[in-house]
Design a binder for this molecule. Structure first.
Ligand SMILES: Nc1ncnc2c1ncn2[C@@H]1O[C@H](COP(=O)(O)OP(=O)(O)O)[C@@H](O)[C@H]1O
Ligand SMILES: [Mg+2]
Length: 292
């Protein structure tokens, strides 16, 4: 396992008392996979990603990367945020090469230029090398942010709704770009999104989180082979899986419903494709009482 989360809980102290954000989250991320994390807004997705990144410490539980407990940020983990984290005072080229000028990932100038050129090409930024971020569209800025994260070659990329601020059309283009890069570079990706469609399109498995405090409701194996094409989104299997996961997030789906009120075949198909049942979907399980 590349990343292991073991019983990760997080409580924040606020003016009005404590907020329980994560409740005993246990989850594995396999080497080289793109694992999606979806869940209701405000359930703790960003908190969880920040804990893996080492920006935030859990209240209890441990995150292991390559078997070593995470105690802070590291060069093995790159992070991409929703808000374009590009430096406005640097050109596209300088932004992409920035990490390679720092001590942790220092490369001599010639090598830096080679790497920057490679990611300029891969991200479709040719012709914009000398442009400043303010001259770029949102999608282009996010390409620069992706290029910069990839340029320092971390084994793990943690992405927090990287395409959420983009318009629908740009978002689809970026998703296809990410799939293309995913095929070319062997990275382990944790991809947080509130869009179930995006998670299914990009990811090999999806961790579905419950409402706050977030627990893992289920880990779903996405049954579609890579490489994936845009047509996948309109297939019946894709649409059914999306509905199933969206129901799960809304809390409409429960074990007793299986094969009951829902169309039996749709539901059974899903479970045949290898969904891994990890936890209880319902809110009031015995685990909440015993946890912590
Ligand atoms: N530093 C903090 N102090 C107190 N509460 C926080 C802090 N960070 C996040 N929260 C709360 O934790 C909950 C989960 O937030 P977040 O992880 O951003 O959720 P998501 O990314 O799923 O929308 C929210 O209710 C948020 O208000
Ligand atoms: Mg968030």
């Amino acid at each position: 396992m590349k990343i292991r989360l073991e019983g990760v809980s997080k409580r924040y102290a606020t003016g009005t008392g404590e907020v329980n954000v994560l409740d005993q989250v246990t989850l594995n991320v396999r080497e080289g996979e793109c694992l999606g994390l979806v869940g209701p807004s405000g359930c703790g997705k960003t908190t969880l990603l920040n804990i893996i990144a080492g920006f935030t410490l859990p209240s209890s539980g441990v995150v292991y990367v390559d078997g070593k407990a995470v105690r802070g940020p590291g060069a093995d983990r790159g992070v991409i945020f929703q808000q374009y984290a590009v430096f406005p005072w640097l050109t596209v080229k300088e932004n992409i090469g920035f990490g390679l000028t720092l001590r942790a990932n220092f490369r001599p100038r010639w090598e830096r230029e080679e790497i920057v050129r490679r990611y300029i090409d891969l991200m479709g930024l040719r012709g914009f090398e000398e442009a400043y971020p303010k001259e770029l569209s949102g999608g282009m800025k996010q390409r620069v942010a992706l290029a910069r994260a990839y340029a320092v070659n971390p084994a793990i990329l943690l992405m927090d709704e990287p395409f959420a601020a983009l318009d629908a059309q740009t978002r689809e283009v970026m998703q296809e770009l990410l799939l293309k890069i995913f095929m070319q570079e062997s990275k382990t990706i944790v991809f947080v999104t509130h869009s179930v469609e995006e998670a299914i399109f990009l990811c090999g498995r999806i961790g579905v989180l419950t409402r706050r405090p977030a627990r893992v409701a289920r880990v779903i194996e996405v049954p579609f082979e890579y490489p994936r094409s845009r047509r996948l989104r309109t297939t019946l299997e894709f649409v059914r899986l999306r509905e199933e996961v969206e129901d799960l997030i809304r809390g409409e789906h429960s074990e007793t419903e299986k094969g009951g009120t829902r169309d039996g075949t749709a539901s059974d198909d899903l479970h045949d494709v290898g969904s891994v049942y990890v936890g209880d979907v319902g809110m009031g399980s015995e685990r909440s009482a015993g946890a912590g």
